[in-house]
Ligand binder design. Structure first.
Ligand SMILES: Cc1ncc(COP(=O)(O)O)c(C=O)c1O
Length: 340
């Protein structure tokens, strides 16, 4: 039997031979002392691409988000997020546990506009409510199916946030996908945000690593928070080398993942009993609905197509570096046999 087609996530990629060579060649030092040249170069390059003064290499996107919550909030503060935000839903309760924040959901579906934010804000003088302190956007939005946050909404939300003295963090785990899909640079997408996080271990295909970026002052504080969270790494250049390789060689090819996702969405939309909004497949994530997602996922896995159930009726499939257009066609043929 041919190998499984793994569409569960873009985190399942394995380092390529060229990336492994870059890892093997990496010059290293002790990064807790700030002495790893490969980490330092990666941080400078990431800061440049994200349009911020400084960036800090961290092991995971979760740690980058948690550092952002701690940078901007005091215990008891509220963070305004779109429905299904990763930092609220998928980080094991870290926000309330470590940063002491609560989350308030704005709008529905993950993406929202400034009007929805305005409607959600509590009067600051009413101390029955937690103090709203931070707006955390996600672009692309994972749970919303990799949708791109419309830039005009980001700009209007940022203006409103400023006028209410709220900080703005962008969870840009997949900002590279948003950039590729819109033709806007990562720096432009992050321009009105105080901090931005970005991952190398999703669509870019590195094995480990993310950054948080912002002002030099904020990143100085972030360095202490990273240490406090156990993320101070030593000869991390071996990881940074993979991330740098991914940054320089795997950004442009994200367009292939987006084409493959569209091909998959168009194919599943044709299957009997499946509902899929093809036009909402903007990047590398495809959401579709059918009667029993759990049973479908098990049957697909038994036939070598791995996808995730993200709700009772919802299935998520993600395209990435290790999936080709012919894999998509093969996956579609299998799924069609499951839904006669
Ligand atoms: C939008 C978003 N933010 C943050 C993360 C967390 O990244 P990590 O798995 O590296 O902790 C993810 C992971 O999938 C994500 O999708």
């Amino acid at each position: 039997m041919s190998s499984a087609i793994d569409l569960r996530s873009d985190t399942v990629t394995r380092p390529t031979a060229a990336m492994r060579e870059a890892i093997a060649r990496a010059e290293v030092g002790d990064d807790v002392y700030g002495e790893d040249p490969t980490v330092n170069r990666l941080q400078e390059r990431a800061a440049e691409l994200l349009g911020k003064e400084c960036a800090l290499f961290v092991p995971t996107g979760t740690m980058a988000n948690q550092i952002a919550l701690m940078l901007h909030c005091d215990r008891g503060d509220a963070v305004l997020v779109g429905e299904g935000a990763h930092c609220m839903l998928y980080e094991s309760g870290a926000g309330p546990a470590w940063a002491g924040v609560s989350f308030q959901v704005v709008g529905a579906g993950g993406l929202y506009d400034a009007g929805a934010l305005e409607a959600a804000l509590h009067p600051p003088s009413d101390y029955h409510y937690p103090r709203s302190r931070l707006v955390a956007l996600e672009n692309t939005h994972n749970r919303a199916g990799g949708r791109v946050f419309p830039q005009r909404d980001v700009v209007a939300i940022a203006e409103l946030a400023r006028s209410r003295r709220l900080a703005l963090h962008l969870d840009g785990a997949r900002i590279w996908n948003a950039s590729q899909a819109t033709g806007r640079s990562p720096a432009e997408l992050a321009a009105c945000c105080d901090t931005v996080s970005a991952c190398f271990s999703k669509g870019l295909g590195a094995p480990v690593g993310s950054v948080i970026a912002g002002t030099a002052e904020a990143m100085g504080r972030a360095r202490r928070l990273r240490k406090m969270l156990g993320g101070g790494m030593r000869q991390a250049g071996v990881l940074a080398a993979a991330a740098s390789y991914a940054l320089e060689h795997h950004r442009v090819r994200l367009a292939e993942d987006h084409d493959n996702a569209k091909r998959l969405a168009a194919g599943v939309a044709e299957l009997p009993g499946v509902r899929c909004e093809v036009a909402e497949t903007e990047t590398n994530i495809v959401n579709f609905d059918l009667d029993d997602a759990g049973a479908f996922v098990k049957r697909a896995a038994a036939r070598g197509v791995l996808v995730n159930a993200t709700g009772p009726t919802r299935v998520r499939a993600v395209t990435h570096l290790d999936v080709s257009a012919s894999d998509i066609d093969r996956a579609l043929a299998v799924l069609a046999e499951l839904l006669p």
